[in-house]
Design a protein around this ligand. Structure first.
Ligand SMILES: Cc1cc2nc3c(=O)[nH]c(=O)nc-3n(C[C@H](O)[C@H](O)[C@H](O)COP(=O)(O)O)c2cc1C
Length: 336
């Protein structure tokens, strides 16, 4: 049996949110939208973060930004902001306070050119003073717990400046720091470094949440032994909403069932119907089904001989087509 990670409280006093075990879903633009986060919460995720939202977009009432703002469920969701202007960040935080979110997270790691070329996201790792100004502004704008999500550097990991940054953030009054142990320039190449998490933990008085490459209890335990207090799961959730439930079971002494075991595939495919209904209810049928294409492609990964199904997924347009594909995939697994 794997060691069960100790519980974690995000925020202070009675308003603190208890995570036991502290398993979080990662913000993933285009993936962890409100319908999917709702499903993840029902299947054992206690704390999720919205896709990153532009502080400017919130201040200007831009619908592209505001439609990402759903605290699902209320009291268990952090909203993640990106921006480079302290006034915008303060103002956006002020507007979001009281809207049902339990924390505000600042994105300081996004590698997308569109984001970092404006001085936001990963570019903040080249300008620690600006990042600290943004943190101060958000702390002024809200009384919610504030988190920062970092990569380990811009184009290289520099231990001295990384340690200094973590300790400045911790002294500034953030409630938690998430570390994805790759540099911005690295993208998703190579393995995420648990040693960056260890170094951050040794410099910080606030909990460190580890992000990067967690797919099962071993990954959680590896980060636990490197000092992490919380465990954030990203890409492993694509097509696998039952992962949190299986992880919880494994920490309660049951064996861990891997993603491509037949029973797990069947379970997830059954949940995919519920996911589809939620997507359609949230976006409407036409837009929802198009958004669901990538999810269904992930759900059927692991079904043998799925080439013709994958082609149908890529062009499906309505709910009944999606339901037929799910039924066919279930049939293909069941007759194996
Ligand atoms: C499609 C995709 C979208 C992402 N969007 C965000 C985002 O909006 N904000 C953020 O802080 N990180 C974002 N990330 C990074 C993840 O939150 C996470 O830190 C990273 O994927 C490493 O964890 P993993 O190996 O468990 O996926 C995104 C990652 C992916 C794959």
């Amino acid at each position: 049996m794997k060691r069960r990670p100790p519980s974690l409280v995000i925020g202070r006093g009675n308003g603190g949110l208890l995570l036991d075990p502290p398993l979080l879903s990662a913000p993933m633009a285009g993936v962890t939208d409100p319908p999917y986060r709702g499903l993840l919460h029902e299947l054992g995720c206690d704390f999720s973060t919205t896709e990153m939202v532009s502080a400017r977009g919130i201040c200007e009432g831009n619908p592209t930004s505001t439609r990402l703002l759903f605290p699902i469920p209320k009291g268990h969701t952090a909203v993640q902001l990106f921006g480079s202007d302290p006034d915008m960040m303060r103002n956006a935080s002020d507007r979001l306070t009281g809207e049902g979110f339990s924390a505000i997270d600042i994105n300081a790691g996004c590698p997308k050119r569109k984001v970092h070329s404006q001085g936001s996201g990963g570019a903040l790792l080249k300008d620690h003073d600006r990042l600290l100004c943004l943190v101060e502004a958000v702390l002024e704008g809200t009384d919610l717990p504030v988190g920062v999500k970092l990569r380990s550097g811009w184009d290289a990991f520099e231990p001295v400046s990384f340690k200094r940054l973590v300790s400045r953030l911790s002294d500034a009054g953030v409630s938690y720091i998430t570390i994805h142990g790759r540099t911005v320039m690295q993208g998703f190449r190579g393995a995420a470094s648990a040693s960056h998490v260890r170094i951050a933990s040794s410099e910080s008085d606030v909990p460190i949440i580890a992000s990067g490459d967690i797919t099962g209890p071993e990954g959680v335990n590896d980060y636990l032994t490197n000092g992490a207090s919380g465990f954030m799961i990203g890409r492993a959730l694509m097509g696998d909403p039952s992962l949190f439930r299986r992880l919880r079971a494994s920490f309660n002494g049951e064996g861990f069932h891997e993603r491509y075991e037949r029973a797990v595939l069947l379970d997830n495919l059954n949940y995919s119907r519920e996911h589809l209904f939620r997507v359609v209810a949230h976006y409407g049928e036409s837009r929802g089904v198009i958004k669901f294409r990538s999810h269904l492609a992930w759900y059927i990964k692991g079904v043998d001989n799925r080439a013709s199904l994958s082609m149908r997924v890529a062009s499906m347009k309505n709910e009944s087509e999606a339901l037929e594909i799910i039924s066919k995939a279930l049939e293909m697994l069941e007759v194996k």
